[in-house]
Write a protein that binds this ligand. Sequence first.
Ligand code: SF4
Length: 320
Amino acid sequence: MRPTGPLHIGHLVGALENWIKLQDELDCYYCIVDWHALTTDYSDTQPIRGYVRQVALDWLSAGLDPDKCRIFVQSDVKEHAELHLLLSMIVPLPWLERVPTYKEQQEELRDRVLNTYGFLGYPLLQTADILVYKAGLVPVGEDQVPHIELSREIARRFNFTYSSVFPEPQAMLTPAPRLPGTDGRKMSKSYDNAIYLNDPLKVVRKKLNGMLTDPQRTHRHIPGNPDVCPVFATHDVFSDEATQRWAAQGCRTADIGCTDCKKSLMESLSARLAPIAERREALESEPGKVDEVLAQGAEVARATAAETLREVREAMKIQR
Ligand code: SF4
């Protein structure tokens, strides 16, 4: 995950809750990829360090457990950079140029100069992040599948050119529920419409109160349509089935008002966010805890990565 700011409830249901489940089932490596943040934010690097801590704190508060998985920062394991460099020798430029997000992001972020070597190499660095641990499965959303496909191609090319070192990683598709922001658009820091994991509950309540509803329901007595309402879309993700039924029926028959509906959503959200806030408070009361977790995670990750690099150098016959 790139450290580009505090995490919101979209990250919780779109990635983190799945990761928390996986930590009980598999040997998981979760990495805060600060070098990736540089590929687009190289001219304003100042916030990145703070974001790294914030993401680590969000992960731990959400329930990632350093006794069950490795939690670390990419730049603490220099082997990622070495593997990136070595793989760059065998990857043809068109493989990188045809990655869909390369052109899309250049279009989206027109205010930045992104015709850089680092930005083009983003998916290659991502490949190094995966292959350096010989990962079998990578939990990703649909939009990342072409990147994993590229990683597989690069692994095959390395194995064919030198000798078989890397398994081909598979994408493990994470179902991401539709969760709009408070204004109905995609939840995003840049739209200022997100509910953050570190928002105090009174801030969450205020954001919910201001949340867009079915625009046709201009008065309490007018029935609404939950299918077009961001409040209901959020109920759909955070409330139990009985509450969802109550909200949908009450909305369609005008038995409930939007204030009732939002109040009930607040209860569902509080139930999910309160344990996260509690864990955050406990972590914040232990100075040095986050650094300690990241240092321990990096040590284990480094040992695995160093062994892979030893095999890579041997395969390439550049071992000293
Ligand atoms: S009652 Fe609920 S679902 Fe219906 S418009 Fe209001 S907030 Fe949306």
